[in-house]
Design a protein around this ligand. Structure first.
Ligand code: RIB
Length: 312
């Protein structure tokens, strides 16, 4: 069983559906509101737990109703929450999400307690790193905390996977600590200054990232699937699975969680990519971040059906 640590954010998502995402100065009338557990870190932890991995979460919530509800939610997924601290100075993280008729979103995050997670909290959680296989990181916590977690993982021989979302420039010294970087198209462009309109362009951008010391790059391409580029093997492209898109929130997080667990379980890169793409596609068919994340069984079924269709 894969043993995964996630260092990251926990948010309550406040989601409103609207005919379109408003432009600056515009007011639109929405058509429904809901709250859903989210946060890139917590979503990836749930995605990994639903692939039957053992998951430990290191993060921070506020001393409030959202925080308590979010931690109970993670516990109900059998995620180890002993390293989630309760912050007395900041509210739990909140994400304001507008969802348009096509299932695309715009998100504003009020980080709150997520930004109070410090390198000291990572050091205090060192015991979690001892038998871990893989550390999952994103960028909704402070960069110094991300850096401390990556260094601690390396000291314990734990593989480091970074999903650089939301996009921002990365310190040079972080890059050689990454076994795997999983950006989407816009994050890839921000990190490299290069376009990712075609697979060939994606490969060139990924090669540029490899020269900075990263072990392997997987670019998630939404409806075009995912592209893996490493130094020693030919690039691998896996197309996406066609689905009815309802809400793309957490599709990327579902990819990251399922892909990472498959990798830690010893699957081939192709199989791990397929499982990641299947997870992302299934998550996009349902509303909300964590409620939409698929189980291992659902991914197995989608892959089986896709194989059957290929044979006929
Ligand atoms: O990746 C989706 C997540 O981004 C949402 O759940 C929201 O909380 C933001 O962190």
């Amino acid at each position: 069983m894969a043993n995964i640590i996630v260092v990251g954010s926990i948010n309550m998502d406040l989601v409103v559906r609207a005919p379109h995402i408003p432009i600056p100065g515009e007011t639109v009338l929405g058509s429904g509101f809901g709250t859903f557990p989210g946060g890139k870190g917590a979503n990836q932890a749930v995605a990994a737990a639903r692939q039957a991995a053992r998951v430990t979460f290191i993060g921070r919530v506020g001393d409030d109703a959202f925080g308590r509800q979010l931690v109970v939610g993670l516990q109900s997924e059998k995620i180890d929450t002993q390293h989630i601290g309760v912050d007395e100075t900041a509210a739990s993280g909140v994400a304001l999400i507008t969802l348009d008729a096509a299932g695309q979103n715009s998100i504003v995050v009020a980080s709150g307690a997520n930004h109070q997670l410090t390198p000291e909290h990572i050091r205090k959680a060192e015991s979690a790193f001892i038998n871990a296989d893989l550390l999952l990181l994103q960028l909704e916590t402070q960069l110094e905390t991300v850096m401390a977690a990556a260094l601690q993982a390396k000291a314990h021989g734990v593989k480091v996977v970074l999903n650089p979302a939301p996009a921002q420039r990365l310190p040079e010294e972080l890059l050689p600590l990454l076994d795997m970087l999983i950006p989407n198209e816009s994050e890839t462009t921000l990190l490299t200054g290069l376009p990712v309109e075609t697979l060939a362009e994606g490969e060139i951008a990924a090669q540029k990232l490899l020269t900075l010391g990263i072990g392997c790059v997987v670019i998630t391409l939404g409806a075009r699937g995912a592209l893996l580029v490493s130094a020693d093997k030919p690039a691998i492209h896996i197309p996406s699975f066609p689905v009815n898109v309802v809400d793309t929130t957490s599709a990327g997080d579902s990819f990251v969680g399922a892909f990472s667990v498959a990798l830690a379980d010893g699957s081939s890169l192709e199989v791990a990519l397929q499982r990641g793409c299947a997870a992302g596609a299934l998550a996009a068919t349902r509303l909300g971040a964590q409620p939409s994340i698929p189980t291992k069984f659902e991914i197995d079924q989608l892959l089986l059906n896709a194989q059957k269709e290929q044979r006929t």
